[in-house]
Ligand binder design. Sequence first.
Ligand SMILES: [Zn+2]
Length: 106
Amino acid sequence: MSWDLPTAAAPDGGAGSGTVLDGNAAAGEFAGILAGDPTTVTVRCGSCGVAQAFGQLQAYMGGPGTVLRCRECEAMVARVARTPQGVWLDMSGSSSWLFLPAPGRA
Ligand SMILES: [Zn+2]
């Protein structure tokens, strides 16, 4: 499986032409992304670069959080921890997540 993210604008704004707003402006883009079926997501490992289906990741359950590891290199790609403060989502071990369009949406 091969896919790439669209080229992002440079962080310094030098190559980008988009308007910079605060995060509230992006809430609609992010809302609901993780509410769908995660097994349809393709995750690219931040360590070895392999893209794999969410369901192919190795899940380590029962610890203080749930950890997902790359099937190829066993690096941590994501983890979720439920604490009294709330739910922590750490996706730092992955380089990108591809969410397929929901049925009925373009
Ligand atoms: Zn990997």
